[in-house]
Design a protein around this ligand. Structure first.
Ligand code: BTN
Length: 241
């Protein structure tokens, strides 16, 4: 119903950033192909035909405002749909990538639009590798559904399944009842990291090593090698073996 489709667009996230004011909450923008797709840390997101590239607009009124929760709605929904409907098991790499055998199949980018200090809108951009083949030079770090299963998925059906799972199984159930903490626990239980794990953190400020003390809704509490405790809100986190 609130679906806007493009054959080709620069980026579905950019479209929503330009039009969020006049569009209702929960509008979905889907494109078959993006020419200027981007991901976290401003990295290029290659978006050829065959993948599922879409963004969802949320304008929270009396709802949790933390953009993170909305990103996770999709992390959880996609993991659930891939497992239940398509027999593909994935692991959540903190904070919101989905991996198969340590290779990325899905990336999610949350962007908040602020008026002053309050969040006026949240844009969740989802990039899921489905029927697109992965270029050889990326095969060590990325995968797609077709690479794993040698089968195609109808993208429109998949999009509907993901959106209805996100909406009914998670959004209505936890966000509208203010039971986000229950949802956050589920998300934590599905992560690739646990308390006590030794990790490497790569962020804008460089590389750090440490041990996870505790995992929270929007950060990791980490005991660094230098003996200091730091809360990590973003970055690339990998396990150290
Ligand atoms: C990441 O892992 O860095 C997040 C990637 C997000 C890519 C999606 S594709 C649809 C939407 N439009 C964009 O330009 N980016 C997101």
């Amino acid at each position: 119903d609130k679906l806007i489709y493009f054959d080709t667009i620069n980026s579905t996230n950019i479209f929503l950033k330009e039009h969020w004011k006049e569009l209702p909450s929960e509008t979905v923008v889907w494109a078959s192909k993006q020419t200027g797709g981007y991901g976290r840390m401003k990295r290029e997101w290659i978006s050829p035909r065959g993948g599922l590239w879409f963004s969802v607009l949320f304008k929270p009124k009396n709802r949790p405002m933390n953009p993170w929760h909305y990103v996770r709605l999709y992390t959880m929904a996609i993991k659930n749909v891939l497992s239940k409907k398509f027999k593909l098991e994935t692991v959540i790499k903190w904070p919101n990538d989905l991996l198969v055998d340590n290779k990325k199949i899905c990336g999610i980018l949350g962007e908040g639009i602020y008026t002053g200090k309050t969040v006026a809108a949240i844009i969740v951009g989802i990039g899921l590798n489905v029927n697109n083949k992965i270029p050889d030079e990326l095969k060590d770090i990325a995968t797609s559904y077709i690479e794993e299963k040698n089968k195609k998925i109808n993208l429109e059906k998949l999009l509907k399944q993901i959106n209805s799972t996100a909406y009914y199984k998670y959004y209505i159930k936890y966000f509208k009842n203010n039971t986000i903490s229950v949802f956050t626990k589920q998300w934590i239980n599905n992560l690739n990291i646990r308390n006590g794990d030794f990790i490497k953190i790569i962020s804008q400020n460089g590389e750090k090593h440490g041990k996870i003390v505790s995992i929270h809704g929007d950060y990791l509490e980490v005991l660094l090698e230098n003996g200091l405790i730091e809360n990590i809100y973003a970055g690339e986190v990998s396990l150290r073996k």
